[in-house]
Design a protein. Structure first.
Length: 395
């Protein structure tokens, strides 16, 4: 998601008739989604930093690219073609290039203690995901949005090795990646679209044992393309892998996301993930809670609570099936900009095809969302050419 998030990435969607279809092509490599310890954006260790502990026998330099093309059929058929309250896959009823990109990557290894990552991307998913609905953009946001994980890293000779990384890196928050090729489902959950996919700043990670890794971060803010103020946010993560089949991580983020930077107005976010693997089945639970005292009349305290439980079954050969129930509650409309609670269910059938150095992934997905609350809902034409809101959305 870049910074290797703990192993936990997922794949795309499945239908009931012919709902959402996604196609992604990328260099043949291990999927980023696999376990909390290495699922976050093709990250291989319980620590959360892009391939931070990889001592590879492969070439140090890797050059690759990917293309994500999707068609999401909305049974609401809104004439504005918009999937409301989405930071990724925002358009429906049309064929879109949701993301295409290229990257150059050099991993740290025993032979070389420095790493480099350069990523450029474009598409519908690059237009919204890193911006804030409540804060102004950072300078240069129009070109920065086309950069994915772009950073330098190094390993300091301290104990088992202290890995330091600076630049734009995959977020340590969340189970899902910005890039669908690294996920179990084609569309992302609510826990992903309203927390950072990328971060801008510096992080330092240290594995204190084979089972436990710690990471500390300083980032420019909640959203890496927003500038609510000039005060950084601070985060920390502990990743724990008691066995080869179970991984857990706890991440905390604390910092101001308003122009008023008084400590009482700082936003707090907790992201907890546990992932287990049993033969062909991978199951994860992600729980988020975030709170912020808003600098406004009556000083309301905003609250965000969200949970997802993805279950992926590697059926046979190139086929896999994922089911993902989820729930999100934006009590005060601070995250989604609408006061609402959402229940959703996503079912995804995936087929992966490998040819030489390339991999093509086809997703067929069915998704159902139900939103309740003031201002909640999804777009639907109430009459020809007149777009209104309805609580349900099926695609």
């Amino acid at each position: 998601m870049g910074q290797p998030r703990p192993t936990m990435t997922f794949k795309r969607d499945l239908p009931a008739v012919v709902m959402a279809i996604g196609l992604a092509t990328a260099p043949d490599q291990v999927k980023a989604q696999g376990s909390v310890a290495d699922v976050q954006q093709n990250k291989p260790t319980i620590s959360s930093s892009d391939e931070r502990q990889t001592a590879t026998s492969e070439s140090e330099w890797k050059l690759g690219g990917f293309l994500d093309v999707g068609y999401i059929k909305s049974f609401n058929s809104p004439s504005n073609h918009l999937f409301r309250s989405r930071g990724t896959t925002p358009r429906v009823d049309e064929l879109d290039v949701n993301m295409g990109g290229a990257y150059l990557r050099k991993n740290t290894s025993d032979a070389s203690l420095w790493g480099l990552e350069l990523t450029v991307h474009a598409g519908e998913d690059s237009k919204i995901f890193g911006f804030s609905a409540t804060a102004p953009n950072v300078g240069g946001a129009n070109w920065l949005r086309h950069l994915g994980p772009t950073n330098v890293s190094g390993v300091a000779p301290a104990g088992a090795g202290l890995t330091i990384q600076g630049g734009i890196f995959s977020s340590f928050i969340g189970y899902d990646s910005l890039y669908t090729k690294d996920n179990f489902t084609y569309t992302r959950p609510w826990t992903a679209d309203f927390t950072p996919y990328l971060m801008l700043g510096v992080n330092a990670g240290y594995a204190i044992s084979e089972k436990v890794a710690l990471t500390a971060l300083i980032v420019n803010g909640y959203w890496h393309l927003a500038r609510a103020n000039d005060v950084p946010s601070f985060a920390g993560q502990i990743a724990y892998r008691p066995t080869g089949r179970i991984t857990a991580k706890q991440t905390l983020l604390y910092g101001p996301h308003q122009s008023n930077t008084s400590l009482k107005y700082w936003r707090f976010l907790s992201d907890s993930i546990v992932e287990g693997k049993a033969r062909a089945v991978t199951t994860a639970i992600e729980f988020q809670v975030s709170s912020e005292l808003v600098d406004a009349a009556q000083r309301p305290r905003a609250l965000w609570v969200a949970v997802q439980v993805p279950v992926r079954w590697a059926v046979q050969g190139p086929w896999s099936l994922t089911v993902r129930p989820e729930f999100a509650w934006d009590r005060d409309g601070r995250w989604t900009t609408f006061e609402q609670s959402v229940k959703a269910m996503t079912t995804t059938l995936e087929h992966s095809i490998r040819f030489r150095q390339a991999q093509t992934i086809l997703w067929v997905e069915h998704r159902y969302d139900n939103s309740k609350g003031r201002g909640g809902g999804f777009f639907k034409d109430l009459e020809p050419g007149v777009v209104g809101l309805t609580p349900k959305h099926t695609c």
